[in-house]
Design a protein around this ligand. Structure first.
Ligand SMILES: Nc1ncnc2c1ncn2[C@@H]1O[C@H](COP(=O)(O)OP(=O)(O)O)[C@@H](O)[C@H]1O
Ligand SMILES: [Mg+2]
Length: 253
């Protein structure tokens, strides 16, 4: 706890800069994600959302700045320390990225086999627990191709949370989905917050979806977070670029 009785943020990105050659992608990102909250990073295609997320798990090194995760600045960390930090994260990718030749059970239990020495009974119990949290039952022996898109996403989340991460990252979880499946994924993100009390970072360019799941929306534009706040507040932002972005969705009301 700080002096003001407030917990420090689970993730704190401070003055983060990153260029690829002449392409200045991040130009001083500042962003705090509170423990147990869901933060949506909103921004146009190519604005640097994935690059920012990759810094949060140490897959990219910045040119400058800090990335404090659960109290540790991970920027100077070597691969060994990063491995330890990455155990705190679960990742949900754009496609569900399941192994097609494996059953749901094999997909979800995969990381447990790699990273724990639980017995087969314990693994089975854990897989069932995680599938239950994401609202799936009796699908263990099915193959991904036999499931709907929304169910595959849920299996992807079950797999991401099987090692009990503190933080779950979602990179464009609803991109390319039909509206019903998008709703299903939004519900899933809300359920994960409620049932697991995890800290979540969601990258999106889908405004309706962002506003439904976010405690805080952060708008990334030209390499910086130029506006942030609870969805109801951002809805009425006077920031010209964000306004423009919102008008494309909500119309010029
Ligand atoms: N590994 C890389 N090497 C060079 N350029 C990259 C790399 N990763 C991303 N970029 C560039 O960084 C910019 C932001 O990319 P990205 O974060 O993927 O955007 P988005 O907001 O769509 O997720 C793009 O111009 C992209 O080409
Ligand atoms: Mg991206």
């Amino acid at each position: 706890m700080n002096g003001d009785g407030k917990k420090p943020p689970m993730i704190s990105v401070q003055d983060l800069w990153k260029a690829f050659g002449a392409n200045q992608v991040l130009t001083g990102i500042n962003l705090d994600v509170e423990e147990g909250s869901t933060c949506v990073i909103l921004g146009g295609s190519g604005s640097g959302k994935t690059v920012l997320m990759k810094h949060m798990i140490g897959l990219l090194k910045p040119d400058r700045g800090k990335v404090v995760v659960d109290g540790e600045d991970i920027v100077p960390f070597d691969e060994r320390d990063l491995e330890r930090v990455r155990r705190k994260f679960g990742m949900v990718f754009q496609g569900a990225a399941l192994f097609d030749s494996m059953t749901v059970y094999e997909n979800v239990s995969f990381a447990l086999r790699e990273h724990s020495d639980l017995s087969e009974d314990q693994i089975r119990a854990k897989v069932r627990e995680k599938l239950g949290i994401v609202g799936l039952r009796n699908v263990e022996e099915r193959y991904p191709a036999e499931l709907s898109g929304g169910m595959r996403k849920r299996v992807g989340l079950a797999r991401a949370i099987v090692l009990d991460p503190k933080i779950v990252l979602y990179d464009e979880p609803t991109t390319g989905l039909d509206p019903i499946t998008t709703d299903y994924v939004d519900d899933m993100i809300l359920t994960a917050k409620r049932e697991l009390q995890v800290t979540q970072v969601v990258i999106s360019h889908d405004i309706a979806s962002s506003f439904k799941v976010a405690d805080k929306v952060a708008f990334l534009f030209k390499g910086q977070i130029v506006a942030e706040g609870p969805p109801q507040e951002l809805r009425h932002s006077e920031h010209p670029e964000l306004k423009h972005f919102l008008q494309m969705w909500f119309g010029k009301s």
